[in-house]
Design a protein around this ligand. Structure first.
Ligand code: PAP
Length: 306
């Protein structure tokens, strides 16, 4: 980030077409919704984590909401009942979410023991912040094809009046033009960090969490310094945070949203399954994305994403 001018005017940043007539702007090699740039720069310039902080980092649509519920429950066991009445995005604030009060304040996390935040900002842009701190980071990723399909549904729901085909969405995804993307650079950045600093950074993926949520909750408890004594407690957290239970709560079915006129709470719960891309992507698109995955991941010996 040293060479990137943080005070650059948003209007002068490179632009690419996104959904309908909307654009994303490029900043420090990543793409953002122009209206979010101010908050994003605020995090990059001013957020100083405490050594006790826990930060959940994700690309959008890789399972953020699920891991928010799990981390909240693991770290805050006596308050886990709050998940029945508050949306995970209320309980675990995005760093780049709207400030509570003045310009330089950051969202307040609701934990007594340690603060739990979430961010979609890439490691490349947060390197200075994260490298200088002992805070713990949990990074979650997801199969690129399922991530794309989830993002496509999410955007379509919100922008019903703007036609956006899966082909257009896939093309933008492959060119790296997605909010907070390129997806591949995002994953590679945090993966490299997790290999360099495994005691501070835990790298997990959606598919393995789906396969063995119990094992992951235990590992997360160990990593966060709050291991489980009781198997039943792990079981209860897994069940309470499952898609079936979470999506049944009134708050999560609601049309309300954290920020007025933005994504309603119910848009964060669609199917919650692995492999749904086969229902939407043509063989040609699957091949195009798989080829890219091999080029970007497999060439780094990261055998993931196909
Ligand atoms: P965000 O990054 O914008 O917060 P995020 O939570 O990462 O979104 O993505 C939503 C996806 O997670 C949805 O996937 P789908 O479109 O393929 O269905 C959503 O259904 C899924 N999801 C939400 N909660 C859970 C959960 N408890 N278990 C599993 N998947 C979940």
């Amino acid at each position: 980030m040293d060479n990137v001018e943080l005070d650059m005017d948003v209007a002068s940043l490179p632009k690419q077409k996104w959904v309908g007539d909307e654009h994303l702007v490029q900043f420090g090699g990543f793409w953002f919704v122009p209206q979010h740039m101010k908050l994003i720069k605020r995090v990059i310039n001013h957020f100083t984590p405490l050594p006790t902080d826990v930060i959940l980092a994700t690309s959008p649509k890789t399972g953020t909401t699920w891991l928010k519920s799990l981390l909240y429950s693991i770290l805050n066991r006596s308050f886990k009942h709050k998940l029945a009445v508050q949306h995970p995005h209320q309980l675990v604030p995005f760093l780049e979410g709207p400030p509570d009060s003045d310009e330089l304040s950051f969202p307040t996390a609701s934990l007594d023991t340690c603060r739990l935040f979430s961010t979609h900002i890439s490691y490349q842009l947060l390197a200075k912040t994260l490298d200088s701190c002992e805070c713990r980071v949990v990074y979650l990723t997801r199969n690129p094809k399922d991530t794309l399909v989830s993002l496509w549904h999410f955007m379509k729901k919100r922008r019903a009046n703007q036609p956006w085909t899966i082909d257009e969405a896939a093309d933008a995804f492959c060119r790296g033009v997605t909010p907070y993307g390129p997806y591949y650079d995002h994953v590679i950045g945090y993966r490299a960090l997790s290999l360099k600093r495994p005691e501070n950074v835990m790298f997990v993926n959606y598919e393995e969490m789906k396969e063995d949520p119990h094992g992951h909750v235990k590992k997360l408890g160990d990593f966060l310094g709050c291991p489980f004594q009781e198997e039943d407690e792990v079981k209860e957290i897994v069940k309470n945070c499952s898609f079936e239970v979470q999506s049944s709560y009134e708050v999560n079915k609601s049309e309300q949203s954290l920020i007025k006129n933005l994504f309603p709470y119910n848009s964060f719960f669609r199917k919650g399954k692995t492999g749904d891309h086969v229902n939407y992507l043509s063989n040609e698109l699957i091949q195009r994305i798989d080829t890219l995955t091999k080029q970007r991941f497999h060439s780094l010996d990261f055998m993931y994403g196909i």
